[in-house]
Write a new protein. Structure first.
Length: 548
């Protein structure tokens, strides 16, 4: 075994040999207080914890659970402060003054970006600042209707400036309009308006008050103490009578009592600017009692007269007189005083010409006979147009009453009606239909004096019978209008050959065909001719044959 190691006092230490590694020596020492053997072992060791505790210091304390097996240490503190201080080795409450939630730091700390003062459901947050030697200033806020942010200006402003906001929380320094200071040297009454110069209040206007909405002026405007000099008013309302005169113009106008003064002058005003005297003219007066204006002059130009007399003639009265003029213009119309009560011209003093606008109507006896104009046409819509004696000229109108002799007259007929489903020619009304009839069906007059549909399969419905064409639809026992001869247009037709004859059809009752019937006992009867693809000349022939 190696020689034992000696300490600095040449005291021999206990030297041990490892039981697991032969030749490895271990130094052993003893604790002089407890007498325990202390062993240095770089390879580690194991043991049992018998006691763990926490020492209380700087406001911190603690407790230990399961100290002999797996200790659990719980720390606690007695520090009740929003601010802690550290000195590099220990943590403690910072040195402060005051109490409660308001804390004044003894030094100048650096705070974080956002500081919250007060609680949302608690007391209002306040910031208290102390003066250098005495006094305090507290910044506080009332309950706000929302959350607001205010941005301070970028500089400290100039002398006399005030802090203003743009309405969005951004504040700037502004110079007040008007400038100067006001020093109140008196005690104005409630709602009294103070008038001042740039430094001192001159006087209070007891007669001029403001109730927060309206400016009210009472008393005498010109009296001392409430005088208003060189003032301008817009829409000035005076509730009481104005006594005396209103001065300041070049002349004074005397206002007449219109209920008693029977010769008031009518005032005149020019477009000139400035203060001008009132102007009157003794040739024009007005009597308010009678409502009559008197004019000494004899000429009136461009005047609207609703009553009175002109040159002794009554206008609008019961005994109206004649009016003589060169041109009379009516905006609405001329009316007689009663039905059939006035004439327009007369024998010996007739009008030279009568001009009527397009679409004019001549109405006799309230609709008994009406003549209406349209483009190039006069239509007698009610009543009859008659000429009692026909002229001998070729252009004379032919009368329709009685027997007439036509001399040099030309009877003409339009080639084609102007629109679809129209006709012109000999028309017969008054007889009823004997079945359901459609427009443009060919019909014949049956033995019961009713119109029935034609059918070329038999002579009884197409041979020796009176044939016509329905120009309107009809039903059994109801009147039916037919054309006996004339020109008919129906855009539903598609006739292919102009000038070709039309025959009564054997296939469709009431129909027409371009092909002559060829069957046994079929009736061949021409009823018209094709003028165009949709227009025919309807002219039923009295001749007919039967196929054998």
């Amino acid at each position: 075994m190696a020689e034992a190691i000696r300490d600095q006092n040449h005291v021999t230490n206990l030297l041990l040999e490892s039981s697991s590694t032969p030749g490895l020596t271990l130094n052993a020492k003893g604790d002089e207080v407890t007498g325990r053997l202390l062993v240095d072992n770089a390879g580690g060791g194991s043991g049992t914890v018998t006691s763990v505790s926490v020492v209380s210091a700087n406001g911190f304390a603690g407790s230990v659970a399961t100290a002999t097996t797996t200790p659990a240490i719980t720390l606690s503190t007695t520090i009740n402060s929003p601010v802690l201080a550290g000195n590099g080795t220990a943590i403690s409450a910072a040195t402060t003054t005051g109490s409660g939630s308001t804390v004044v730091l003894a030094t100048a700390p650096v705070f974080p970006t956002t500081i919250t003062v007060g609680a949302a459901a608690g007391a209002t947050g306040d910031i208290l600042m102390k003066g250098t030697t005495s006094g305090t200033v507290t910044i506080t806020t009332a309950d706000a209707a929302g959350t607001w942010t205010f941005q301070l200006p970028t500089n400290d402003g100039d002398a006399g400036q005030v802090l203003t906001t743009n309405g969005s929380g951004v504040t700037t320094w502004e110079t007040p309009a008007g400038g100067g200071n006001v020093s109140n040297t008196g005690t104005p009454l409630d709602n009294q308006i103070a008038v001042w110069t740039s430094a001192t209040v001159i006087e209070g206007t007891a007669g001029l008050t403001y109730d927060g909405a309206n400016l009210q002026l009472t008393g005498d405007i010109g009296s001392t103490g409430s005088r208003i000099t060189k003032g301008w008013f817009t829409d000035l309302q005076v509730t009481n009578a104005i006594a005396g005169s209103i001065t300041g113009n070049a002349a004074t106008l005397t206002v007449a009592d219109e209920t008693t003064d029977t010769s008031c002058f009518i005032g005149f005003y020019t477009a000139s600017s400035g203060s001008l005297p009132g102007k009157t003219n003794t040739n024009m007066t007005f009597n308010s009692n009678t409502g009559v204006a008197t004019f000494a002059s004899t000429v009136l130009t461009t005047t609207d007269i609703n009553g009175g007399t002109i040159d002794g003639v009554t206008i609008g009265g019961a005994s109206a007189g004649a009016i003589t003029g060169t041109t009379i213009t009516a905006n609405t119309g001329f009316m007689p005083d009663a039905n059939d009560g006035a004439y327009l011209g007369q024998s010996g003093t007739a009008f030279s010409d009568l001009f009527l606008a397009s679409g004019a109507v001549i109405d006799f006896a309230a609709g008994n006979a009406v003549v209406t104009h349209s483009s190039g046409i006069l239509t007698v819509s009610t009543g009859d147009l008659r000429v009692t004696t026909a002229g001998t000229n070729s252009a004379s109108v032919v009368t329709v009453a009685g027997t007439q002799t036509l001399t040099n007259k030309i009877i003409s007929q339009t080639f084609e009606p102007g629109s679809d489903d129209t006709y012109t020619g000999e028309v017969l009304t008054g007889l009823n239909a004997g079945a359901t009839i459609a427009q443009w069906d060919c019909v014949y007059l049956g033995s019961a004096s009713k119109w029935l549909l034609t059918d070329a399969d038999a002579a009884s419905s197409a041979g020796s019978v009176m044939v016509a064409m329905a120009v309107s639809s009809g039903t059994d026992t109801n009147p039916l209008t037919v054309i006996l001869r004339g020109i008919v247009r129906n855009d539903g037709w598609t006739w292919a050959t102009v000038g070709a004859p039309l025959y009564l059809d054997t296939t469709t009752a009431g129909g027409m065909t371009l092909t002559a019937p060829s069957g046994t006992d079929d009736v061949v009867k021409i009823v018209g001719y094709v003028l165009s693809d949709d227009c025919i000349y309807f002219n039923p022939s009295n001749d007919w044959i039967t196929r054998v």
